[in-house]
Write a new protein. Structure first.
Length: 285
């Protein structure tokens, strides 16, 4: 006897896309900002395009990040493989929970537009360098954002690739989507970082100007000393290469580190300057 059993037919890609579109809310301004926290790290992220929609796909539905209050991640191990329990909490108070395996596809970030067409998909369970959601997100680590003495322009620390996407595979614990005051505070922090970088540049310019002035003053002093030495040269005069033992202008005999040598007086300097020899030949200071 053959028992006929019912079976579940997987939805087609078109049906899945239609379901996502039917559940996705879009707004006139879809920009978001968030703080992501891991075990030992924290980062801040944001989107810039009003028409670009960041959404989270869970249980066949798409949730605009503007509707999300936070996403929490707990690592559980019901089997040998790593599994993450992901809980989505909406601003309405509703929560949805699902388990996702490492590299699992059942929970994913989506990049959509205001027509509810979702063209990019990044699985929540892992970081994949090939998936950047079309570059709609920009992020910066908290360490770089709060750096008191930036060593390079803040733009160099911004992440626009897959690293900007919060993922369970990077030891993620929580993503909190910022309200308007939170967004304003993030903007203020970014502005303060820019201001600190400008101060660093200003100090560098001041230091470089001081160094240039010091070099110029030293060069002027060396040239003045050289002119005085050349005008008053006699036996015993100290040059940059040693004491003069004989004067035969335009040459003078000098007791150098390479022995007694006759050198052009016009090429010698006072004792404050260096003396350079290459292969036994005097080449200046």
């Amino acid at each position: 006897m053959v028992w006929l059993q019912g079976c579940t037919v997987a939805p087609t890609p078109q049906e899945k896309a239609a379901r996502l579109a039917s559940t996705l809310n879009v707004y006139e301004d879809n920009r978001i900002a968030y703080q992501a926290r891991g075990g030992s790290w924290s980062s801040w992220g944001w989107s810039k395009d009003k028409q670009a929609v960041l959404a989270l796909e869970m249980r066949g539905q798409a949730y605009n990040a503007r509707d999300i209050a936070r996403v929490t991640v707990v690592e559980v191990r019901p089997s040998r493989s790593i599994t993450y329990r992901v809980t989505l909490v909406l601003k309405s108070g509703q929560s949805i929970t699902d388990d996702v395996d490492f590299n699992g596809n059942n929970v994913a970030w989506l990049a959509c537009d205001t027509r509810k067409a979702c063209t990019q998909r990044s699985p929540f369970g892992s970081s994949d360098y090939r998936r950047d959601l079309g570059g709609i997100l920009t992020a910066i680590t908290d360490a770089d954002l709060m750096r008191s003495e930036p060593s390079r322009a803040p733009g160099s620390d911004l992440m626009n690739d897959y690293r900007a996407i919060p993922s369970a595979g990077s030891n993620l614990r929580e993503v909190v989507f910022l309200d308007e005051p939170g967004k304003a505070e993030l903007v203020a922090k970014l502005d303060r970082l820019d201001e600190r970088w400008k101060q660093v540049l200003q100090r560098r310019e001041q230091q470089q100007a001081a160094e240039r002035a010091a070099r110029q003053a030293r060069e002027e002093a060396i040239q003045k000393e050289a002119a005085q030495m050349r005008a008053r040269v006699r036996i015993g005069t100290q040059t940059n290469c040693g004491a003069v033992f004989e004067v035969r202008l335009p040459m003078v005999g000098v007791q150098t580190m390479n022995g007694m040598q006759f050198l052009p007086l016009s090429q010698l300097y006072g004792p404050s300057a260096n003396c350079r020899f290459v292969n036994g030949q005097y080449v200046g200071r």
